[in-house]
Ligand binder design. Structure first.
Ligand code: NAD
Length: 367
């Protein structure tokens, strides 16, 4: 793998390889773009088959965070870490994550970490022993805690913006929703939509979440019967790739007009985003509608978490989704591409900001 060629492809700023023999730490932090602010992105702890897979994941995920953070209106850039998990060796996780925390401290604020797949509040607490450049650590004063309710609130707001685009009013009253995945985000989203008078057909692969859905007042359907009902909105809140050839055909038959849900990477392939556009469906792009969690954790940097302030920022997802629809209409492009454009336009605008002289520690005036 030609690393500089990879970095050049999407103008990555920096990739940092961290090694600590004593703790077994092998980590890669990729900082994609810090035009808007310090790079923020979670730390994934995963057993990769090959080192190259880990590097590719770090590059892909860091760039994704740049787009997500920019399109969400946050004053932060995009970055991500992967820590290579060794499935054959028992490691002391406290030592490993503290070693990682020291490396993060060494980046002096260019990178802020958070939980991701394979990491949690406990691991963020280990990191917090060594650096303040971490969000979502339980021990940290002003920490914001579990981000899922904010993600759900953002999806709810984004869904309303999409419903307005499709039906002229953003009320969910009497709208019918097919909700796939009744987990941390799905169940909170259901509560909000039910409270507004929506009807929900919910599904999950597990009995427990299905029972929870029924108890809340949803009608439960089996996963393979998901689109056998008539509905207005499809809310994918389970895994990615559920917008594909087969599901789009079923959505058409079910009468779906809006796709708005929490899952990451909802389009199986980009061409499915084009197809959604051709079919006239209103699609709220995944990385904007599900940005409530990152908006919540980023709020910690405004002098400690303030739930009311964060909620207001999360509600701005409604406006960001409307901006995406405007760009889509303006340029005649599908919304998944309009989302990228929203992010790119913001970064370009800030990049062009006039670089007036500011006195910093390396200034000739400070020598
Ligand atoms: P979760 O694991 O709590 O819930 C997912 C639910 O989906 C589980 O109950 C699972 O059983 C169910 N599921 C899995 N496969 C399914 C299938 N084929 N059909 C039906 N149900 C299925 O996860 P979550 O935190 O609620 O996140 C949901 C989605 O939103 C994920 O794709 C996640 O990456 C994304 N997301 C979550 C957050 C957050 O703050 N939690 C933030 C951004 C994005």
């Amino acid at each position: 793998m030609d690393i500089f060629k990879e970095l050049g492809k999407y103008d990555y700023e920096q990739i940092v390889f961290m090694n600590d023999e004593e703790t077994g730490l092998r980590a890669i932090t990729c900082i994609h773009d810090t035009t808007l602010g310090p790079g923020l992105g979670g730390t994934r702890y995963w057993a990769y088959e090959k080192e190259e897979d880990a590097i590719k994941d770090a590059l892909r995920l860091a760039r994704g965070m740049t787009y997500k953070n920019a399109a969400s209106g946050l004053p932060i850039g995009g970055a991500k870490t992967v820590i290579l998990k060794d499935p054959n060796n028992d490691v002391n996780e406290e030592a490993l994550f503290r070693a990682f925390g020291r490396f993060v401290e060494g980046l002096n604020g260019r990178y802020i970490t958070a939980a991701d797949v394979g990491t949690d509040t406990e691991k963020m607490d280990y990191i917090y022993q060594e650096t303040n450049y971490v969000v979502g650590a339980g021990l940290k004063p002003g920490s914001s805690g579990n981000p899922s309710p904010s993600t759900a609130h953002g999806v709810y707001m984004g869904m309303k913006a999409a419903v307005k685009k499709a039906y002229g009013t953003d009320s969910l009253e009497e709208r019918t929703i097919i909700l796939e995945g009744f987990g941390k985000v799905g169940h909170v989203l259901a509560e909000k939509a039910l409270a507004e008078g929506a009807k929900i057909y919910a599904t999950d692969v597990f009995e427990g979440p299905r029972e929870k859905a029924a108890a809340l007042g949803c009608e439960v359907v089996q996963p393979d019967e998901l689109f056998d009902v008539k509905a207005d909105i499809y809310a994918p809140c389970a895994l990615g790739g559920t917008i594909n050839d087969a599901s789009l055909e079923k959505m058409e038959a079910a009468g779906i007009k809006v796709i708005a849900g929490a899952a990451n990477n909802q389009l199986e392939e980009p061409r499915h985003g084009d197809r959604v556009h051709e079919m006239g469906l209103v699609y709220a792009p995944d990385y904007i509608i599900n940005s409530g969690g990152v908006i919540q954790v980023a709020d910690e940097f405004n002098g400690g978490y303030d739930a009311e302030r964060a909620k207001k920022s999360v509600e701005n997802i409604y406006n960001q989704i409307e901006k995406v629809f405007d760009i889509s209409e303006r340029d005649g492009i599908p919304t998944y591409l309009a989302a990228d454009k929203l992010a790119e336009e913001r970064i370009q605008a800030v990049r062009k900001t006039k670089k007036v002289y500011v006195r910093d520690h390396k200034s000739i005036l400070n020598r």
